[in-house]
Ligand binder design. Structure first.
Ligand SMILES: [Zn+2]
Length: 219
């Protein structure tokens, strides 16, 4: 039986054996109630794309400046992202703009690092995976990233890119892979630490729902 509080999706999972186990599950929950409350209380808050929202972006903050008369195509000026049109379209427009910005940045960085290892890149794309920040199909030369990396500082993003590009040479996580990664990017430790501390929060950016209600922590 396995109990897990997932800070990325904001769900609690309890794995049960195929037959029975309800009583044992209730006992497990009771035994771990304090732990569970603590975990859930630490989940990030949703950060919906609403007027005035402050979105983490590229190591800084991007403020959503919405007004119906602004141009409908988002336009960035420094820390401000101007978006117009109906407010109901704001979230979708902001999301598309962020994904396009992510793709442009990540494509650039990927080609930069791939040139260092002299490997061709057939395709770079962005998606919204929950479990990983990047993936690489070594022989096909295709690399995919989480678009949410544009919300992270460049140091973090570049480390993920260096990691995936190193997979163009070594498909595994063996010593040669790590030697190459260290050569490509010296910030492995800092980048991993940042993602461990803040990675889950990036998955709450653009979330509309307030998330599952956290239980009252033990009072
Ligand atoms: Zn890897």
């Amino acid at each position: 039986m396995r109990l897990r509080a997932d800070p990325v999706q904001g769900v609690v999972r309890l794995g049960l054996p195929a037959r029975g186990g309800a009583a044992a599950a209730a006992q497990l929950l009771a035994d771990h109630q304090g732990w569970l409350c603590n975990q859930v209380a630490r989940w990030p808050a949703p950060l919906p794309f609403v007027p005035g929202a402050a979105i983490p972006f590229d190591g800084g903050t991007l403020h959503l400046e919405w007004a119906p008369n602004n141009a409908r195509t988002p336009r960035r000026e420094g820390d401000l992202l101007f978006v117009g049109g109906p407010q109901s379209m704001l979230a979708g427009r902001a999301l598309r703009w962020l994904k396009a910005a992510a793709l442009a940045e990540l494509t650039d960085a990927t080609h930069r690092y791939a040139a260092m290892v002299a490997r061709p890149v057939a395709q770079v794309r962005v998606a919204d995976p929950r479990a990983r920040w990047g993936s690489c199909a070594t022989t096909a030369g295709r690399i995919a990233y989480s678009w949410r990396l544009i919300l992270a500082p460049p140091m973090v993003r570049n480390n993920v890119v260096a990691h995936e590009v190193a997979h163009l040479v070594h498909p595994n996580h063996g010593p040669q892979f790590h030697a190459l990664l260290r050569q490509l990017d010296p910030n492995e430790r800092a980048a991993r630490a940042w993602l461990k501390a803040h990675g889950a929060g990036l998955h709450w950016v653009g979330r509309e729902e307030p998330g599952p209600q956290a239980p009252d922590p033990g009072r």
